[in-house]
Design a protein around this ligand. Sequence first.
Ligand code: NAD
Length: 379
Amino acid sequence: MRDMKVAVLGFGAMGRARNVAYPNVAKYYGDSPINPVITQGFVLEREADAARKLGWDVNLDMMDTIQNDKSEYVDICLPNALHYSAALAAIEAKKHVFCEKPLAISVDEAREMTEAAEAVPGLLNSVNFIYRRCPANVFARQIVQENWFGKLLEARSYYNQSWGGPNTGFGWRFDVKAGGGTLGDLGSHAIDMLYFVTGMRPSEVVATQVTHVKERMGNVTKSDGSVVREPIPNEVDDGTRVVYNLPNGGIGSLECTRNAWGTENTQGYEFYFENGAIRWSYDEVNYLEVYDPSVRGRGWRRVLCNQGGFAYCHFAGGHMDGYRDFLTSACYENMRAIEGMDPIAPIATFRDAYEVERTIEAIRRSHRERRWVKLDEIK
Ligand SMILES: NC(=O)c1ccc[n+]([C@@H]2O[C@H](COP(=O)([O-])OP(=O)(O)OC[C@H]3O[C@@H](n4cnc5c(N)ncnc54)[C@H](O)[C@@H]3O)[C@@H](O)[C@H]2O)c1
């Protein structure tokens, strides 16, 4: 197992989560071909002391962090609008790239990033659609791949949170230019999960989006350098609803919002096939529910997927997994991919994430133009 130098860009929720994930790769997975070691981090000045306390070699210059020789792998944990310039610079510097989702803030940027990454053979281009690392979702994918239940007829996906009320202040997730909005933030996961589990992407969509809170209080820097707190227009979608057709003749729906009071962070899906169904909820993250009408005594079976024989069971079976474990498994899959090993479950490549962006663009266009939009329209 060789060490590999990792630069993490960003010291927010996701950047800090890397402090848990990378050091645990070799601890969870003794067969990891690489031991990733965080050797440098790009942070904002106000975060520097906290980052140093965690042992980071802090750099306040993003481009220098990407380009200097203190890393061979760059992990982008920045607001969405910064993914584009960071990823292109990392690719140019011939570094492996792990990028947070959504890949970009537009389909054009996502396409350019994908083409740039694919033009350099041997470089990792991986996107953190982390729920691919949840054993229950890998089992769901296996059920579809093994064709337990036939054709997918109807799909329902949701990803809802509750922190978007009027008293929540302005931040980059409410800033159109930074790539804010629920669809990219939450809906992107649901779009990727539909594909990961069922292998299907919508062929056409019709959608509506809403901005419930038109202004939010935030810090504004004035021309004299002073900072005042005042209302800032909120132009992102606070909620999105989508109905779609599938290429196999099936249909589906997707919802995402930050205004689901009491729903801290819940996502899930229900996939109904010709001869059975599966459903999953983040609230019961280690279980997949399976409905097989051919089993005597009908009913949903609740299958514990955190046990021997299921994906990513790195510890004693039944000792439950959570978000930190999924992130560690995502980093482990990246190490396997760099060494050319087959994935336990496929990583989300830039191309996969570009396909998500195509769906997002179709949804936005449908809302803007008040019509069905075919995915073929989006390049
Ligand atoms: N895969 C997942 O499950 C998951 C979960 C949460 C967030 N994310 C993604 O991770 C990325 C980062 O999200 P987060 O929750 O860590 O965000 P955050 O706001 O907590 O942190 C963002 C960090 O980016 C850095 N930064 C650099 N320039 C900045 C600027 N101009 N404004 C603000 N921050 C700046 C700072 O270090 C900051 O702490 C986003 O792309 C988000 O969509 C993914």
